[in-house]
Design a protein around this ligand. Sequence first.
Ligand code: DHB
Ligand code: MG
Length: 219
Amino acid sequence: MESTPAAWSEADAFLSDLLVGPDADLESALSAQREAGLPEIEVAPVAGKLLNLLVRISGARRVLEVGTLGGYSTIWLARAVGPGGRVVTIEAESDNAAVARASIDAAGVGDRVDIRVGRGVDVLPTLVGGFDLVFIDADKESNTIYLDWAAKLGHPGTVVVLDNIGREGEIVRDDSTDPKVVGTREGLRMLGEDPRFDATALQTVGVKGWDGFAIAVVV
Ligand code: DHB
Ligand code: MG
């Protein structure tokens, strides 16, 4: 096999079929998102399952998400915290939040999901801390602000996951003027240098192309 985006995508679909399987509620959430004209930039199915597993492996009960979009990753997270758990998810666009609210409720996990509409920079200072896992998947330009709040609103042992750390390899371009690339690079540098975090990052290929995640613990 040649290592091409088409082959990565085919292999990713194979893995999703085997390990994630069909899921009516998640598929409905994606249809609703598409019909509403939201961008199709939610995490891949295998990545949603990774988030779900990280919550369960770490025993997280209080989860914070920055960037709800249509609620796809939120549903994965909400399932993982269980009936007594809580997911607070921040979405800047009220139209997106309405789509997410309907899909999350339809998936049967609405009781444990609190959607806060507003920009992360405005909403984060209003939250009470104690989050056990933080998933950051919003405007890349604000990654360092979100990471700072993840540390402040977390505790030693809090898991922090940052999406989109590969960006088709653009992260190596130190002369890039793309604000998303600059923000991604700054977030990664912070994870490497800020003593509040111990982190690694994994590149991924698959249905979402060439990208990746950083995973950190608050020390
Ligand atoms: C973009 C944002 C995302 O969160 C993602 O997963 C893919 C792309 C973007 O803004 O380009
Ligand atoms: Mg993302």
